[in-house]
Design a protein around this ligand. Sequence first.
Ligand code: 13P
Ligand code: SF4
Length: 303
Amino acid sequence: MNQQQLKDEIRRLADERDALIMAHFYQRDEIQEIADIAGDSLAMAIEAANTERKVIVLCGVHFMAESAAILAPEKTVLLPRTEAGCPMADMVTADKLREMKERLPGRPVVTYVNSSAAVKAESDICCTSANAVAVVNSLDADEVILVPDRNLGRYIAANTEKKCHFWEGYCPFHDQLPEEDVLAAKEQHPEALFLAHPECRPQILKMADHIASTSGIIDFVKKSPVKKFIIGTEVGVLFRLRKENPDKEFIMPNSLLFCQTMKYTTLEDVLKCLQTMSPQITVEAETSRKAKLTLDRMLAVPR
Ligand code: 13P
Ligand code: SF4
């Protein structure tokens, strides 16, 4: 099958199966193209909670499919490549988080959605990069524990009065972005604005003209009169940015902002998963019940 035939067959089968195809903005271009919805982690969670379709095909990484399965337990949630994990999510376990909670009793745990269901179940509320500050500020507590991203944690700390305790996790791709590469891009393109994701290190965020989640970056570019942008997040967002802004130019500071596991999923994988209705992602009932409370609390925070 050529690419067009693959796409046509995926769309035909998705309708037949009553399936909603969701893709994260870091997915391959062709996956974002065939998806019903391309979005950030928050948009995907909201959509999973609200969709009326029977099946969700989650083109993203494992924690995203788990969140969909937790929020929509009556649906069939398919993850075309089960080995597509998030290295940051693997940096914290429920046991280690319990130890931290014992060391810092009484502080609510705010957990980035980039985490396992078991870690969410040990937490009080979730957040994404799009709502993290609002979530923390909504809490009736002077001190909070922020898990697992130390960079998102420090970004939150800079934008709240609350005392923050961090877990030392990080995204290997956002965290490695060197200042020199951003400086070089800025020198080469002095008219460009630098937009950065809060998973980048604080030194990088200091250099940014705007800090936002993937959807925040996409919205900012659409509304801005500026024509050139240096992009401080994973390269997959270029698909949407270029599609919506054919008159604007986008510069990546280096070639390392590339999340391998986000790129595992191919059109062939999506087709196979719709044909076989597998691999299915499920979460053990008690873990799911507890984790759902943390996601529901997050979704109730006004945006
Ligand atoms: P957002 O799409 O929520 O900004 O998250 C980025 C990310 O790294 C997802 O893994
Ligand atoms: Fe995880 Fe980073 Fe990949 Fe996002 S970009 S899925 S945080 S490894």
